[in-house]
Design a binder for this molecule. Structure first.
Ligand code: ZN
Ligand code: ZN
Length: 393
């Protein structure tokens, strides 16, 4: 196995560093060390901006400064540390924040987001600015840069049928949306699904839910034989968003109905019930980190329905709900840490769906810009909508 050469130590790369919260990133040269054992360096070809990057950048989650955010990336492996076996130099990969040891109790029980093992590169890593001061590699990836240094579990080889930007988009938002619907809430064919927030993660919840219905219909059609019309119970997928312009993307991702969220919650609830034939929903995915929406979301569920919290709010947010009502109605609230992901199974499944054209990438993307325009991309991402994708020369 090839390893990095000594002269690669402290490779200078361009990076967009957060020097202060809620201010534009500073484009500067930083030094990325040669990969220690178990890690590898990826030269990025695509990068997307996730809502969590914006929350970090706003200061709502705290963390050390200066910092490198960014955690939805793809590129080419250009150097590997000792013992790396998953990929070799030249492998095209997607990279994200999910990392796991594969040996602890959490990993053995498919709870990889609970893996607490200490893995290289360490938290206050070895990335330095030009003055030699450490730069915090946020989420153990720090992808707002031309290259990243990550643990080998953080990368997934990409098949030819999956583009770099598709790989980047699946690394966090994609797997979170799909995992929340399939692994965590385990939506069944025929169940109705509301998705609040038709942004990066919400659109992937919509796609995952719509696909479950579509697969069930195809299966039923097959069993009904040629020419016969299948009689299947079709669960509706309904998207809600404050921005009416999200309707096109939501429908492209398979939403049956788009409902505009305005200030009048009673009117919105009325429109939802009407779309569901007078019923509450079986599932609601809250894909925005707005705690004040939790009671409203619960009110839209049928008795025994499930609310899945997918969006991450600022640390101090508290949601209120009637405990007795929740218990009496048998409703459930699930917290989604990236959709209870099983990367070794989920990513290949996502890639297969993309390759087969069953999973749409185009509706997820709002705009593409060169990496040098990352501050413009962040400003645009703050106004909502789809993902901002950055490209590299
Ligand atoms: Zn993310
Ligand atoms: Zn582990």
């Amino acid at each position: 196995m090839e390893t990095t050469t000594p002269q690669e130590a402290g490779r200078p790369i361009r990076a967009a560093v957060a020097r202060a919260f809620a201010t534009p990133l500073s484009m500067e040269t930083i030094l990325l060390p040669a990969p220690p054992a178990g890690t590898l360096r990826v030269r990025l070809t695509a990068l997307a901006i996730c809502g969590s990057d914006l929350t970090f950048l706003s200061g709502a989650w705290g963390g050390a400064l200066p910092a490198l955010y960014g955690h939805e990336a793809a590129g080419i492996v250009e150097a590997i540390g000792a013992g790396v076996s998953r990929v070799s130099i030249g492998t095209r990969v997607a990279a994200g924040l999910l990392r796991w040891c594969g040996a602890c109790r959490a990993c053995a029980n498919a709870r990889i987001t609970d893996c607490q093992s200490s893995l290289p590169p360490d938290a206050m890593a070895t990335i330095r600015d030009q003055a030699g001061k450490p730069v915090w590699q946020a989420m153990a990836i720090g992808a707002f840069a031309e290259a990243i240094l990550v643990h080998e579990s953080q990368v997934m080889p990409l098949p030819d049928s999956v583009s770099d930007e598709a790989g980047a988009l699946m690394a966090c938002g994609g797997i979170t949306g799909f995992g929340s619907v399939r692994n965590l809430a385990q939506v069944q064919a025929g169940e109705s699904v509301l998705v609040v927030g038709a942004g990066g993660v919400g659109l992937n919840c919509i796609q995952a839910a719509a696909l479950i219905q579509k697969e069930a219909n195809t299966e039923a059609n097959k069993q009904a034989g040629t020419g016969a019309r299948a009689r299947t119970e079709t669960g509706k997928v309904i998207a809600l968003d404050r921005d009416g312009e999200r309707a096109t993307a939501a429908q492209a991702c398979g939403a049956d109905t788009f409902i505009l969220m305005d200030e009048d919650e009673n009117a919105v609830a009325g429109r939802v019930r009407q779309a569901l034939g007078g019923e509450g929903a079986d599932h609601l995915f809250l894909a925005v980190g707005v705690a004040s929406l939790v009671p409203f979301a619960l009110s839209l569920l049928r008795r025994g329905g499930t609310l899945t919290l997918v969006g991450m709010a600022a640390s101090s947010n508290r949601a209120e709900f009637d405990m007795t009502e929740l218990a009496d109605s048998g409703k459930r609230i699930l917290g989604s840490k990236m959709g209870k992901p099983m990367p070794e199974q989920d990513f290949p499944t996502l890639y297969k769906l993309i390759g087969a054209g069953k999973l749409q990438i185009a509706p997820l993307i709002a705009a593409r810009r060169p990496f040098a325009e990352i501050n413009d991309a962040i400003a645009a991402a703050r106004t909502g909508g789809g993902r901002q994708v950055l490209t590299f020369d």
